[in-house]
Design a protein around this ligand. Structure first.
Ligand code: ADP
Ligand code: MG
Length: 340
């Protein structure tokens, strides 16, 4: 067969395979977009575990009508200039909306503050329709229906509506922890799963948001973390050893506000608790790293949850040192916990 260029639709479906693994990935991308647009209030509604419907409503800046076709076109973004080393937004790849619209039915409705009315564009299985005027409040509403209808092979891998719904809840919680000043609501077909009122964007606000998400007992059983080394700042809370869990699902980590799953951070936490927790127990943690964007690469995987630090040893040392110090200041020693 001769070499030829793939069609735009196929290219987008291939990208969608990496960016959009399951309904929770759609929610993650849409909520990130809302946050990048400065939203103070984000409403997520789903049906059928997100496979039937995902709707995200925000009160952010909105998209001008004439830019709607670009918003759903591949590699089009308002966030990245020409410097891949200076990423300050959650998005930067310009792939989420075209990817979603290539495997689902996507309607993007938006209105900016200075527009008299809203506008909408629809993208179905990769085909974009015309921009139409619609009534809309300021902000953006994205509706995604029939996820993966265009890629039945992927649809077969879904775990059932309940499992997908709970993955969506986890994603919203994970992001919401880093944005206490934003109100988040999440509802399923017949009930509200999450309602997180906005709290102040300070230390006290963070404690309140932690209590909303991890339970009221968490802040009462947690130690504050505050440390800085060579321009890398670390803050957050870690649980006392007696408030541990049987898995590491409740270890939340953020790099410049971006939720990440990082082996280095997980390993550092394990190392810090080594003397005070048995191997099969895991601390509950919420750690926020902030550093110059040039010192961390977030462009490792299309889902943007992996990072590479320029100086991994520094980050590991900072985390281990800060947690150990907090445990010590809290009077926690190996002998008092019964850990080997
Ligand atoms: P990226 O977030 O990487 O830029 P997306 O495909 O997610 O790529 O979005 C494309 C563009 O559409 C964004 O750069 C932004 O300009 C616009 N956009 C998407 N969602 C929103 C939103 N909720 N509010 C305002 N603008 C949005
Ligand atoms: Mg995006």
């Amino acid at each position: 067969m001769a070499i030829r260029q793939l069609s735009e639709t196929i290219i987008n479906r291939i990208a969608a395979g990496e960016v959009i693994e399951r309904p929770a990935s759609v929610v993650k991308e849409l909520v990130e977009n809302a946050l990048d647009a400065g939203a103070r209030r984000i409403e997520v509604a789903t049906a059928g575990g997100g496979l039937t419907l995902i709707r995200v409503i925000d009160d952010g800046t909105g998209i001008p009508a004439e830019e709607l076709p670009l918003a759903v076109a591949r590699h089009c973004t308002s966030k990245l200039s020409d410097d891949i080393n200076d990423i300050r937004s959650l998005g930067f790849r310009g792939e989420a909306l075209p990817s979603i619209g290539s495997v689902a039915r996507l309607a993007l409705r938006s209105r900016t503050a200075d527009a008299d009315s809203g506008a909408e564009i629809v993208l179905e299985g990769g085909r974009a329709g015309p921009v139409r005027p619609v009534a809309a409040n300021r902000g953006t509403t994205v509706e995604v229906r029939d996820l993966f209808f265009a890629t039945p092979a992927r649809l077969k891998f879904m775990k059932g509506t309940r499992a997908e719904a709970s993955a969506i809840t986890e994603v919203v919680k994970r992001i919401a922890l880093a944005f206490p000043a934003v109100r988040f609501t999440l509802s399923g077909t017949d009930r509200t799963t999450l309602d997180l009122p906005a709290v102040p964007a300070d230390g006290e606000g963070l404690r309140l948001r932690l209590a909303q998400i991890l339970g009221r007992e968490f802040p009462e059983n947690a130690l504050p973390i505050e440390a800085e080394r060579e321009g890398v700042a670390l803050s957050g809370y870690v649980s006392i050893p007696s408030f541990s869990r049987g898995n590491a699902l409740h270890q939340f980590a953020y790099v410049n506000g971006r939720p990440v799953r990082d082996k280095l951070i997980a390993g550092a936490i394990r190392g810090a608790y080594m003397d005070v927790l048995p191997r099969d127990r895991h601390a509950v943690t919420a750690l926020f790293l902030s550093l110059n964007p040039a010192l961390v690469d977030v462009n490792v995987h299309p889902a943007k949850a992996d990072v590479r630090f320029r100086d991994p040893g520094l980050v590991r040392g900072l985390i281990v040192g800060a947690i150990r110090q907090a445990l010590e200041a809290g009077g926690i020693r190996a002998s008092t916990t019964g850990a080997a």
